[in-house]
Write a protein that binds this ligand. Structure first.
Ligand code: 1GP
Length: 241
């Protein structure tokens, strides 16, 4: 059953805030899965995202297979490349990097992924992905060869997100970049949320419960956190159920 998007939508509709823990197969040993996922299960996390900017072939497949053994949370692919698509996951964020003008990341990679998606049961969720400047160069910027939208260009950010919605995308993801110095500001989140009728995801550089709450209060429906857990798993203690 492909219910990941429907469940996100109805959770938000009933006022729930969502939290995705991001696991980068390039930085995560499969042997760590049982202990790490036990902590995820005991936390307020609602989703597990798997993906990274540069990942070896098969690493995602092996990791997702292991994760699925230990959790009933939805496992959602957040791929940096087509090689990270595995039918073992529940859903795929079909990311279109609408903040940039690199045709490969607007449509090219998507065409290349179709042969991998054919015959799988993966739920494909079209997602408008916006990279916002955060104070340092990010891996997304480097890999995709695109520039982030400057943080002060709020109207441009809002219009880009809205254009994504009008194109039929089901989610908008505001990305400051993994390990960002500055997370997406409240002003940006609120301005975008006000215009959207689809769920808003925010990620990049969120390292504390206070920053998480601020993102929620500003209008984020789902927050994605990766680096904070990679650096210190004690952060799970702040987010226990
Ligand atoms: C990165 O938005 C995610 O794509 C999460 O960022 O690793 O900084 O939490 P962090």
């Amino acid at each position: 059953m492909k219910t990941v998007y429907k469940d996100i939508f109805s959770a938000i509709d009933s006022g729930k805030k969502l939290l995705a823990i991001l696991i980068d197969p390039d930085k995560f040993a499969v042997e760590s899965v049982p202990e790490f996922i036990t902590k995820v299960n005991a936390s307020v996390a609602t989703h597990i995202f798997v993906g990274g900017s540069t990942v070896e072939d098969d690493a995602t497949h092996i990791l997702v297979e292991a994760i699925k053994t230990y959790t009933s949370l939805p496992v959602v692919l957040f791929p940096g490349d087509v090689t990270q698509i595995t039918p073992k996951a529940d859903a795929l964020l079909f990311l279109s990097l609408i903040s940039g003008r690199n045709a490969d990341y607007l449509i090219g990679k998507h065409v290349a992924s179709v042969s991998r998606l054919r015959g799988t049961n993966l739920e494909v969720i079209p997602t408008g992905y916006l990279l916002i400047e955060n104070g340092k160069e990010t891996a997304v910027q480097r890999v995709t060869g695109t520039n982030p939208i400057p943080r002060i260009q709020i109207e441009n950010i809002v219009d880009t997100a809205k254009a994504g919605e009008l194109l039929g995308m089901k989610l908008i993801y505001l990305e400051a970049g993994s390990g960002a110095v500055h997370p997406i500001t409240s002003e940006i989140i609120t301005s975008v949320k006000t215009e959207l009728n689809i769920p808003l995801i925010v990620g990049g550089g969120i390292r504390s419960k206070e920053q998480l709450q601020l993102a929620y209060n500003s209008g984020a429906d789902m927050v994605v956190i990766g680096t904070a857990f990679e650096q210190d798993e004690l952060f799970f203690n702040d987010l226990s159920n």
